[in-house]
Design a protein. Structure first.
Length: 256
């Protein structure tokens, strides 16, 4: 395990423990951001915790966080933070939320950690080192037919929009099982082979950054709605390789 991954695990799990102090608290205060999405004191303090721990060891590194924006890097290293992915779940006392932390070096995602503190699970990976959940190695499923696939989403609009003409829009009609085991938790199920495809029409870089190393090191694929492997595009699809390659080929003719 590299020093970068060790630090990422330390920071993400420390922030995760911090969130548990607020989890299912009746006194939790919820504010609304400019886009009307919820934010809590736990979100803000978890991000501060991560930045403080990393900055103490790598003062020249940059940061991009959901709650406090971007602090430029001096060395082509940027830590991308979602202090609580699944804030709505967190607010309602549902344990399927996570602390997400990714390290981008010279434009490439190299390290990813998703800590699920209420479940006692941490998924993590670094390029070339495999993906793990706690101490167990992760591998994507081998399902190769959409009619046998479990499809996940955390987007209500993806479920209800019947007018969409994108190739990804048809997946929900062809999968064997559709479930809203959403946010980062759902993507960890893809990495673990417990589900086969996950579609998210709306994603920000901090929603995706930690996922690329984990999914790819588990043998899967990640790409946006244009079929590009990026955290800066529109939406994100994660899948095992067999289904991912089929879905990518379908983008040219808009039919899966």
């Amino acid at each position: 395990m590299s020093p970068d991954l060790e630090l990422a695990l330390e920071a993400a799990t420390a922030a995760g423990k911090l969130t548990l102090q607020y989890f299912r608290s009746r006194s939790l205060k919820v504010d609304a951001k400019r886009d009307n999405s919820p934010v809590t004191e736990a979100d803000r303090n978890a991000e501060k915790k991560i930045v403080s721990l990393i900055r103490s060891k790598f003062p020249k590194d940059g940061f991009l966080g959901e709650e406090f924006g971007e602090k430029p890097s001096k060395n082509q290293r940027k830590w991308i933070i979602d202090p609580i992915d699944g804030t709505k779940s967190f607010i309602h006392g549902v344990p399927l939320y996570g602390v997400m932390l990714g390290l981008e070096i010279e434009g490439e995602m190299r390290v990813g950690v998703v800590d699920l503190p209420a479940l006692g699970e941490t998924c993590y990976a670094e390029t070339g080192g495999g993906a793990f959940r706690n101490v167990s190695r992760l591998f994507v499923s081998q399902v190769s037919d959409l009619s046998q696939a479990t499809l996940l989403t955390s987007s209500e609009s993806y479920l209800t929009d019947t007018m969409g003409k994108h190739a990804f829009d048809s997946l929900k009609k062809k999968a064997k099982l559709l479930r809203m085991w959403g946010d980062c938790y759902g993507h960890t199920l893809i990495a673990a082979g417990q589900a086969d495809v996950m579609v998210e029409p709306k994603m920000m870089p901090w929603d995706s950054a930690a996922l690329i190393p984990i999914i790819e090191e588990a043998g899967g694929m990640c790409f946006d709605y244009a079929g590009k492997r990026t955290i800066y595009g529109k939406g994100l699809l994660t899948a095992n390789r067999a289904l991912g390659e089929k879905i990518l080929r379908s983008l040219s003719d808009k039919a899966v």
